[in-house]
Design a protein around this ligand. Structure first.
Ligand code: SF4
Length: 465
């Protein structure tokens, strides 16, 4: 049963008031935006590549189950053990069951939003398996007992001081370390965890149907260590991660890394086709692949199909003025920012995330940045319409009646101009500060003196102007 209930409006109020959070999120988001812009400016064919990426993804979402089956057959033929999971609980139980059967107590994990989606760490812990996050950002928030607040930069909301305090508390490092020393301290601790781990857990950035190949994109090398040091690897991936052919990989890698961090290519691209073969020096001895549906098949047949094309690059988050004001935790979902506003209600239901379609100014910056041209503003609008269907709030009824009657409409406009002209009276406490919450972060416009637009238009039409 789904017991989620997000209150974005309430959560965003405290997020906006947190100055450290706001500064940290804006600083990194702006850095990502400028790095993306510079990277794209030097790449003449990027717009064509975006069109290509979208059309390739349309092919996949148009035959999603077929591609999933093809990938499963190929990865199985390469020696992996394939598991299909209908929903999140089933996927987490499968992964925990593999670990328990293996007699494992420790696992290392490289960053995986799908693992977050299925609450894998919690289920593993209940099964007696300790999971250590190995992506630096994920490790920081694991120490802090928090959830990721950005799809590629999970600890985006924390500044260096906060991380230094965390490391001082949990790793016993000296207080106030600089960034290099913090990275060294994390590396030292994580090295021991890698060497001791019995299971390596990963997601997949891409999965190639043609060859049964898993592709991991990282910048810290932790994905490579997670897939080479522990004897058993469990890869958990949504079926939307599939791309048709290995020849599609360079194009999708370019779209992903240039949109995410502005890199030509990420520092590490790990490509795995099946477990380690005789004579090979690297790779897991046993490879399990958990293919998660969790609502993706019906989504691929519906009007929001393109949300499954998401490459998880984070560009829409970095460009979104709402995300930049509140950070990720206010969304109370694994998926945050514009793509999360759309995906969360579709995966977990509108009742669970009633506010998220409103967490959008419809400015369109997300759609301009998205490497596969997902129509995110249009999807926000569609979700608002879906939510409103069957509901006729009194405001909708009243505004409909006013709009349908010219006399009422004009009278209402005149009244509104009077109210706006004296809005200080509204805010000075005599009405209990009715609009105060709304205007803490917005300017309430005051109408200019003189005749209104309709009077001006009438004069113009009569040739008086
Ligand atoms: S919706 Fe587009 S821009 Fe946003 S994370 Fe996904 S691929 Fe990137």
């Amino acid at each position: 049963m789904n017991d989620r209930h997000n209150n974005f409006r309430k959560a965003s109020v405290s997020a906006v008031a947190d100055e450290v959070l706001g500064a940290a999120v804006r600083k990194t988001a702006e850095l990502f935006v400028s790095m993306r812009a510079a990277s794209i400016a030097e790449f003449a064919g990027f717009e064509d590549l975006r069109d290509w990426g979208r059309s390739r993804k349309l092919e996949v979402s148009g035959r999603l189950e077929e591609f999933a089956l093809e990938f499963a057959n190929r990865v199985e033929a390469a020696g992996a053990i394939v598991h299909f999971a209908h929903d999140a609980a089933e996927a987490a139980d499968i992964a925990a069951g593999i670990a328990v059967k293996q007699g494992a107590c420790t696992a290392v994990k490289s960053k995986s939003m799908t693992a977050e989606e299925i609450s894998l760490n919690e289920v593993m812990m209940q099964a007696g398996v300790t999971v250590t996050e190995t992506d630096l950002g994920e490790y920081i928030i694991q120490l802090a007992g928090e959830k990721p607040s950005h799809i590629i930069a999970p600890a985006i909301h924390k500044d260096r001081n906060q991380v230094a305090q965390l490391f001082h508390r949990f790793l016993g490092t000296a207080p106030g370390l600089d960034v290099d020393s913090l990275v060294r301290a994390a590396r030292k601790t994580l090295r021991d965890r890698f060497l001791a781990a019995e299971i390596g857990i990963t997601g997949a950035n891409f999965a190639v149907a043609e060859t049964g190949t898993l592709v991991l994109v990282t910048n810290e090398g932790n994905g490579r260590m997670t897939t080479t040091l522990p004897p058993v690897q469990i890869a958990i991936m949504g079926i939307d991660k599939i791309i048709p052919k290995i020849s599609d990989l360079p194009g999708f890698l370019t779209l992903l890394t240039r949109s995410a961090t502005g890199q030509t290519i990420s520092s590490y691209v790990t490509i795995i086709t099946g477990p380690r073969k005789p004579g090979e020096e690297e790779g897991p001895e046993v490879l399990h692949v958990v293919l998660l549906d969790n609502g993706r098949s019906p989504l691929a047949r519906g009007p929001f199909r393109e949300i499954l094309h998401c490459l998880h690059c984070g560009a829409c988050l970095n460009h979104c003025p709402v995300y930049r004001a509140v950070g990720g935790h206010a969304y109370e979902s694994v998926y945050t920012g514009p793509m999360g506003d759309v995906l969360s209600p579709l995966l977990w239901g509108m009742k669970a995330y009633p506010d998220l379609p409103d967490a959008c100014t419809l400015c369109g910056r997300c759609a301009e940045a998205c490497p596969v041209r997902i129509p995110l503003p249009e999807y926000h609008r569609k979700l608002r319409i879906l939510r409103a269907e069957g509901q006729t709030p009194w405001t909708a009824g009243a505004s409909g009646a006013i709009g349908a009657n010219p006399l009422l409409y004009r009278a209402n406009l005149g009244l509104l101009r009077q109210i706006l002209a004296h809005h200080k009276w509204l805010l000075n406490g005599r009405t209990g500060g009715a609009l105060e919450a709304w205007t803490t972060c917005r300017e309430l416009p005051r109408p200019k003196a003189g005749p209104g637009f309709r009077a001006w238009w009438g004069d113009r039409e009569r040739g008086r102007l």
